[in-house]
Design a protein around this ligand. Structure first.
Ligand code: ZN
Length: 55
């Protein structure tokens, strides 16, 4: 994930395996940063993960 070589559309598009680099929310390219920190589609699991590691 850190290297950006993850099965996300931003990388898959770069190597010709996806038609678009955009996230399924269609608000930004699906980079690892966007996937982990920003996309609202992942708010629920992100919050659960934060509460697990911060408590
Ligand atoms: Zn998204």
């Amino acid at each position: 994930m850190i290297s950006g070589h993850a099965p996300l559309n931003y990388h898959l598009h770069r190597i010709g395996k996806a038609q678009s680099p955009m996230c399924s929310c269609n608000l930004a390219e699906e980079s690892t940063w966007y996937f982990i920190f920003d996309c609202f589609n992942h708010n629920v699991p992100r919050s659960a993960f934060k509460s697990t590691i911060c408590n």
